[in-house]
Design a protein around this ligand. Sequence first.
Ligand SMILES: [Zn+2]
Ligand SMILES: [Zn+2]
Length: 451
Amino acid sequence: MFCVWKSKRSFDQLEIPYLPRNNKCEKMGAEESKAYSPVSSRTSSVRSCPGIDFPNHCRREQRAWSLLHQCTLEKWKEGHADAAGFKDTMLNCDGSIHKDCSPAFCINRQGIININKTSSIFSFRRRSKFTKMAEHFEYNHIPAQLSSVQNFHVKSVLGFRANLVVLHLVRNMATQFGLLDIKDNKFKGVFGKKSVEFNNDVVTAALSPDNCFCLIKVPYKTGSIYKHRLELYNIESKQHITMVSSYDLPGEHAHFCFDPRFSSSRIAVTNIFPDQVNSLSLVQTDNWSILATNTRVDDTRQELYPNLTDLMYTKDGTLVVAIVLDLTCHCREKKTMRNYRPVDVSVFIFNADTTSTLHCMKYKRYTCGQHLCPVNYMPIFSQSSNRIGIVANIPDIPDRHYVQVYKLPAQINLQSLCRIVILDTFNSDAVPKLPLPPKLINYLNFVPEFH
Ligand SMILES: [Zn+2]
Ligand SMILES: [Zn+2]
């Protein structure tokens, strides 16, 4: 375990693209980075970044977890992100959680349209209930008949993958779910009707990599008490979205995500065993059998919850990443005070075949893990899935952010090494146009072959 931030480093030094010591490429640095001119200098689809020289020709020397690059958030947005092979430049967001943004959906990142609240379409409803996220979906995507006649409301966005979005809907004070294709702007149906309305924070959902299944975590009532379970829905059928199986969870808390290497048959899930409050397991969804378990995910805490805020796979599916947050909240304090309290973020990284712990990164960020958009503390991944980026704050300067890029361990096989080189060389827009068979293009886009 190590700490990314070393407080003695001055701000000026932070702007220098940093390469670890004893590295042959050490000479590249401040001088060359000044010569780097951002996006406008790029004429072809091949990344040309003479200044930073990031990072292709010294990649072989880089070991896993070494720091490859560091710059201010401003420079990241101006072109360093692109040069480093990252798409995400929106790394801070003022959105409130479950109002403007949800754990699965950030209004700033998705660039959704904001609707004028005085518009007559919303006059039938109390305005105080409106949130930017709900407005966007109700206005743009939900058929008018559903929202005005049948009185469906959008409560949150639970998950999305490619064109498909899973919505938390409420009708007559009861939770149900909606499936939406945002590319064709087609509402595909409602499913999973419950008898009561649940809060957003107890309901989560994920779509399978082949977009054929949706897995939902939701409370259910047995006798007079509420338990929690995972419900697997087949969303492929055009007529009815049906539940195919369910799994009772031992407790209230669990995070889960689909392994992108498998069509829909494997998930990573936390705390699926009774009496295990700090565990990560790999589970086969067709029969709910457990393939591997790590019983000590966060070695600094007794229990994972409430601090675990997200669980995800890297694009190539070889690593599982868990984000654990210090949840102290300063939102109610005066604005001047609030901004000067950082929270600790820990990113734990696991082998996706064995669940063994590989690494942990810790850094500080001025945000609130309970009330603000998760974009503020989530790590990002390069197009090639070979690097992880984090955003941290310079201590005592909450409005100054810097980005660090670290190398992730690569799979040692020719196919995946070629993919990394190709994705590091070409822009993501150029990849589909490469003169390659569709199978290879899919491989480059991390779309596995589904049987
Ligand atoms: Zn957001
Ligand atoms: Zn707060």
